[in-house]
Every structure is written in C-alpha cells, then in structure tokens.
Design a protein around this ligand. Sequence first.
Ligand code: T3D
Length: 263
Amino acid sequence: MATTSILYDAAGGVARITLNRPEVLNSFDTPMALRLQEALAEASKDEAVRAVYLTGAGRAFCAGQDLAEAVGRDGQDTINFTDHLRRTYNPIVQAIRALPKPVVCGVNGVAAGAGANIALACDIVVASAEASFLQAFINIGLVPDSGGTFFLPRLVGVARATAMMMLGQKIGAQQAQEIGLIYKVVPAGTLEEGGFGIARQLAAMPTKALGLIKKLVHDSLKNTLEQQLESEAAVQQEASGTADFAEGVRAFLAKRKPNFAGK
Ligand code: T3D
C-alpha cells in the first residue's frame, strides 16, 4: 500500500513529481489532488527547479478520479461535483498552465478521465508505447472535465475530439502521436531516457524564455494575429533583458556552448 500518494524529488534542476497510488492505477482521492497542488506550487517557487517532470508509479499514469471516493456503496454521490472540481482538478490544471517553467509529462501507462486531461495540460507529453489515453467519462455517464473539452478540440480538431469524448474508447500512444494529441511516443522501457531526458535537457536551457514561450503559446489561443504580434514584441523585450540572452549571444560569438543559468 502506498503511503505517500505524491512523491516529490528535486535534483539537477528537475522536479520529478510521481503520482503514487499504484494499487488503484494512481486514481485521485482528494488528499492526493491537494498534494499535487502543493508539489506544483513548490516546483514553481523553487528557483533551483527549472523544469518539472510528471509521471505515474506502477503500470498506469492515472485513472482519473477515485470512483470509490466519489460514489458510496449505495451508488449515491458522496461529493458535490462542482465544488470538488473547483477544489481539486481545476487548480491542478491551472497550476500546470501558469507554472513559468516547462512541464513534461511522462505517460507511463493508461491515462484515463481527469488523468488524461492533466497529462494534456502539460507542455510536452511523451508516452511509452504501452500507454493509452481514454476519455473515460462517458463510460460512467459523465462529461469530460479537467480541461478535456478545451484541450482536445485544440489538439486534434473538433471531429476527433468529439468522437474520443463521445465513444470513450482507448487511443494507443502511437495513434496519439499520429493525430497530434501528444508530442512523442517512445519504445516501452525507455521513458526515463525519452521523457525525463527531455525535462533534464530543458532544465539546462534559458528558463525565463521557456516560460515566456509557454505564455505566448497559451495567449495565442485567445488572441487575434495583431494582438499576438504585439504580445511577441513586448515579450521579446523581456527575453532580451535576461542574463541567458546575454550569455547566448556571447557564446555564439565566441563559438562555444552556452552555459545558461536560468536567469
Ligand atoms: O468532481 C469530480 O470529481 C468529477 C471528476 C471526475 C474526473 C474523472 O476522472 S471521472 C473518470 C474516472 N475514471 C474512470 O472512469 C476510469 C475507470 N477505470 C477504468 O476504466 C480502467 O480501470 C482503466 C481503463 C483505466 C484500466 O483498466 P485495466 O483493465 O487496465 O485495470 P482495472 O482492472 O480496471 O483496474 C485495476 C485496479 O484499479 C482495479 O482494482 P482491483 O480490482 O485490482 O482492486 C480497479 O478497480 C482500480 N481502479 C481503476 N480505475 C479506478 C480504480 N479504482 C478507483 N477509481 C478509479 N478511477
């Protein structure tokens, strides 16, 4: 039995956050959702952390809401779903999107329900070939939440998104890559190299500029081209004021590798 539902380890510039209730496929009970919020806040404020890696323990990434918590033995809801979403998954999704550092998700196995959509909220999603994505909500008579109805149409288009959400069928990692749901699938057993490796690589890059790219990409979803061009012009000025920009140019001119400090 897992005793700590969220594992947190920060080393070498990367905060590794592991969903850790493998006996129930890392499905979320409320304490676990609150702990994940704390872990994301810690990663955000720790200046030594320059990238975040989110993954799951055992054979699954995350099976979404712990259904035993949500529904009692008599089949009656034990939670108010609106309040619960506002307290648990919505702040998680918002924290991932607002974190001014890249968040890489290493999807090690099935990602279902809120688990799938928390993965899709991350900046770069790498999945093991054994992983799958399931908008499981409809299979129990619910609608997608945790940002699913926002992320899916934007990632894969309305036609595929609607079918995935309505049919509630598993999409394999390979197909997820082919339709643009995720960045990349890696062979089974190589997620540490292919997923965590990307987080490590990002942790040595210009952190402020990475955070600004994230902001620009998200802003673009609501901006006109004119607004976005203006945004880029303003944000570029900010990026040009960083020590990493100065180092990048110095290194280029000296024909050496840059040593970015993340400042
Ligand atoms: O306000 C709100 O909170 C609403 C929010 C909702 C957010 C949501 O996420 S709703 C969607 C909830 N999730 C699901 O409906 C997924 C349910 N799980 C599954 O469909 C399947 O387990 C999987 C497709 C994910 C994996 O299937 P499989 O065959 O690989 O594993 P399994 O045998 O079904 O599960 C293994 C164990 O994990 C099993 O327990 P056991 O029999 O070994 O004691 C199973 O009961 C448990 N488990 C899996 N998912 C959940 C779960 N236990 C509680 N809650 C789960 N979500």
